[in-house]
Ligand binder design. Structure first.
Ligand SMILES: [Mg+2]
Length: 183
């Protein structure tokens, strides 16, 4: 059995929403975030999300739930962990993200790929077709993209994505549940 974990970062490994909500409280208290994975709520928020991803704040996210406890255990048990984040391509923001990940998860990730803002992950995932890897996401369309090429896909549950169902996508509350399913 291959021991490869492919994972999204925001809303899965890092607590992006919690941090963004603190930012809104400080700078845009009149705004409220509903769903960080789409622009569908209002265009304003989409622009704010893209801007936020280029602020100094992006270097200081906390881990999502139990990610900080469980990912190092998986790594130590021989899993290779590859991250993919569509945070945007500002070079300094990208450097802050890599520092943030390395601070919270030293030597845990085999590689972290950063793709353009909100770019779908189907192309990135296609390199892992047939690999037997597992795929962890919170954005519904990216979860489907993984399941549709045969990756064992886990959706990290949030208020904004829990209403969906799709063959091949299993919903989980945290990394402990993933750990118990894959080990
Ligand atoms: Mg995400």
């Amino acid at each position: 059995m291959s021991k490869i974990i492919l994972t999204d970062i925001d809303g899965v490994v890092l607590d992006w929403s919690g941090h963004f909500n603190k930012y809104l409280m400080q700078y845009h208290p009149e705004q409220k975030l509903m769903n960080p994975t789409t622009f569908s709520q209002t265009e304003d928020i989409g622009v704010m999300i893209e801007d936020f991803n280029k602020t100094a704040w992006i270097g200081f996210l906390d881990a999502h739930k139990d990610a900080r406890e469980i990912l190092p255990i998986l790594k130590n048990e021989g899993w290779q962990i590859y991250g993919c984040t569509s945070m945007g391509s500002d070079q300094y923001a990208n450097a802050l993200r890599k520092q943030n990940i390395e601070n919270l998860f030293p030597d845990v990730f085999a590689k972290l790929d950063i793709i353009p803002f909100m770019e779908p992950k189907g192309k990135w995932l296609s390199q892992w077709r047939g690999s037997g890897a597992i795929w962890v996401e919170d954005k519904w369309s990216n979860a489907i993209a993984g399941a549709d090429i045969g990756l064992k896909t886990y959706l990290m549950k949030h208020e904004y994505n829990a209403q969906h169902d799709h063959t091949g996508i299993e919903k989980v509350d945290n990394w402990t549940q993933i750990y118990n399913k894959v080990t």
